[in-house]
Design a binder for this molecule. Structure first.
Ligand SMILES: [Zn+2]
Length: 182
């Protein structure tokens, strides 16, 4: 486990060096990588959006970690996102994005409506993996595993979103970025 994390952070660090070399000052990628997001979901130092920053931007919402059966849940009455204690960080990142969508929508029903859940997952993925971020990650990664490490998300979620849930035009952009890298 330790070596996996060490190697993931080395990949990230190399990726940053390559991104800095590749992104010409003044280009769109450079601008997107440099600007602060006014809604607080990103930072000037990373192309990977942070749900914890998004959470901090929502002053009335709290995060609680507890020993619950499901991975995470949103309680509208308490304006609380509860995440299961001990989740891997990439899992927590994903589930936090999912619960933030519920919270922003004021959902009271929990995860009961399958069609609704599909929409929430798609919206969570859109926030977790903006197209610029995908192009960056797939331009650097040699496989799904490394792309997921760069995106800091579970590989299965990345495969699902890029493989079957992303808009065809956007998928094409990612595929082309990926082809350039190989
Ligand atoms: Zn849900």
């Amino acid at each position: 486990m330790q070596s996996e994390w060490t190697s993931a952070s080395r990949v990230s660090s190399n990726a940053w060096t390559r991104l800095q070399l590749a992104a010409t000052p003044g280009s769109q990628l450079w601008r997107l990588a440099s600007e602060n997001c006014p809604s607080g979901w990103s930072s000037s130092r990373s192309l990977v959006p942070s749900p914890w920053i998004a959470l901090a931007a929502r002053a009335d919402l709290i995060l609680v970690r507890d020993r619950i059966a499901e991975a995470a849940r949103y309680y509208h009455h308490d304006r609380a996102v509860v995440v299961r204690t001990g989740l891997d960080l990439d899992e927590e990142r994903w589930h936090l994005w999912h619960e933030l969508v519920h919270a922003d929508d004021g959902d009271e029903a929990g995860h009961t409506d399958i069609r609704r859940e599909r929409w929430v997952d798609r919206e969570a993925a859109r926030r977790a993996m903006p197209i610029t971020t995908l192009i960056w990650a797939f331009g650097l990664a040699e496989n799904w595993h490394t792309a997921a490490a760069l995106l800091k998300l579970p590989e299965a979620r990345v495969r699902w979103y890029v493989g079957s849930a992303l808009e065809p035009d956007a998928r094409d952009l990612v595929r082309r970025a990926s082809a350039r890298a190989s």
